[in-house]
Design a protein around this ligand. Structure first.
Ligand code: NAP
Ligand code: F7E
Length: 339
């Protein structure tokens, strides 16, 4: 039985990956940091909480990381832990760098010293492309990060590659474009919009406030992306792969799609106060607020996943429309249950 460690076990991807690895017959360990909140709601929702062994390993605490590597000698480690919210990285750049960059290096050093046969997956990101140098972005596209988050992940990406080249370690980087699900945290735009739209439909709130609606992303479905992580780790040659859908949609389209699914006409107010359309009840439904703009934005991301398709046989089935349908349906169900 293979033994895998997932850092970031409480996060969206950690939960889906744990479920997948358990289904594949792995013994799954989840690395967690101490928190006053003892709930593991995502693992519970997927009905796997009792099957995952939780161990404490804060990426900021070097001795934790070393001790865990020395003790367990995992077959595979999936490093999903991160300060993953781009906007917060502008307010907490040092914390972001410490967790995302140094945290990754702490694990790599521990593997190099104590557990050399452990395979390592690094959660790299489409944010590395930032101010994009070509469209669509592929593995060979030069990086141009645009946030402290992206810069921190750039270090993590290259140090993972460097340890592969320097020490012959089995290290892979998955350069994953945005992937979403009902388990997404509320601060990210898909979940925020879906949650807000469903609450408006149920009469719980009047409007949502958002930032830059012109930004364009390539949004996929998280369970399919964690399957890609597993394929990368189980391929004979360690390499780096883009996972994406190849479809591009703006935040505005996301909002329009979500409102259309609950049959509500959208009325907008932009950040200069200009109103576009008023709904049947005379209400503004979407308000643009400067607070949600970023100091430097990533305007457009769209990935080319042909390498993953060719070498791993990976291909996404759930594209934008279906993704938003899944999220709206699940959100509506949950909100009605809570009511
Ligand atoms: P997420 O939901 O934000 O989960 C990140 C997890 O990391 C959280 O459970 C968090 O713990 C944990 N963590 C934060 N700081 C830590 C520390 N010091 N020590 C130990 N654990 C710590 O992220 P996700 O969406 O699942 O993404 C997984 C990974 O993929 C992240 O590295 C992210 O940057 C990267 N990524 C995500 C996407 C995407 O679209 N989802 C795309 C590309 C790359 P708490 O629960 O205690 O806060
Ligand atoms: O923003 C715009 C915002 O926060 C998407 C993380 O998983 O994917 C994620 O990072 C876009 C941006 O995701 C709001 O300005 C407008 O252009 O959902 P997001 P992200 O920044 O793309 C990458 C691949 C990761 O690696 C990250 O870990 O939407 N936007 N209005 C807004 N975004 C938010 N959050 N909230 C708004 O109100």
């Amino acid at each position: 039985m293979k033994k895998a460690l997932i850092t970031g076990i409480r996060g969206q991807d950690g939960a889906y990956l744990a479920k997948l690895l358990l289904e594949q017959g792995y013994q799954v360990y989840g690395a967690d940091r101490r928190s006053s909140d003892s709930s593991y709601w995502r693992l519970e929702k997927l009905k796997i909480k009792d099957k995952v062994k939780i161990i404490y390993m804060d990426l900021l605490e070097e001795s934790n990381v070393y001790e865990v590597m020395r003790t367990y000698k995992f077959d595979e480690i999936y490093n999903l832990a991160a300060q993953s919210f781009v906007q917060v990285s502008f307010n907490q750049p040092l914390l972001t760098a410490n967790v995302n960059s140094m945290g990754t290096l702490r694990i790599l050093e521990a593997i190099r010293l104590f557990s050399r046969d452990t395979k390592f997956y690094q959660a790299s990101t489409s944010e590395l492309y930032g101010k994009v140098q070509e469209i669509p972005q592929r593995e060979t596209t030069p990086f141009y990060p645009r946030s402290p988050y992206a810069v921190s992940k750039l270090f993590a990406h290259w140090i993972t590659v460097n340890y592969r080249e320097a020490y012959g370690m089995f290290n892979v980087c998955g350069i994953l474009f945005n992937h979403e699900s009902p388990l997404r945290s509320i601060e990210f735009i898909t979940k925020k919009v879906v949650n807000g739209v469903c609450k408006i439909k149920l009469g719980l709130v009047d409007k949502i406030e958002v930032g830059n609606i012109e930004a364009k992303r390539d949004w996929g479905y998280a369970p399919e992306y964690v399957y890609g992580m597993y394929l990368m780790m189980n391929h004979p040659n360690p390499d780096d792969f883009v996972l994406a859908t190849g479809e591009i949609h703006s935040v505005k389209e996301l909002i329009e799609k979500a409102f259309s699914l609950v049959d509500i006409y959208i009325s907008w107010q932009d950040k200069d106060g200009k109103i576009i359309g008023v709904d049947q009840q005379g209400k503004i439904r979407v308000q643009t607020n400067q607070e949600y703009y970023r100091p430097s934005e990533v305007d457009i991301l769209v990935g080319d996943y042909s390498k993953a398709k060719q070498i791993l046989g990976w291909e996404p089935k759930v594209k934008f429309d279906k993704l938003i349908e899944i999220m709206v349906e699940e959100e509506m169900k949950e909100l009605k249950e809570k009511k």
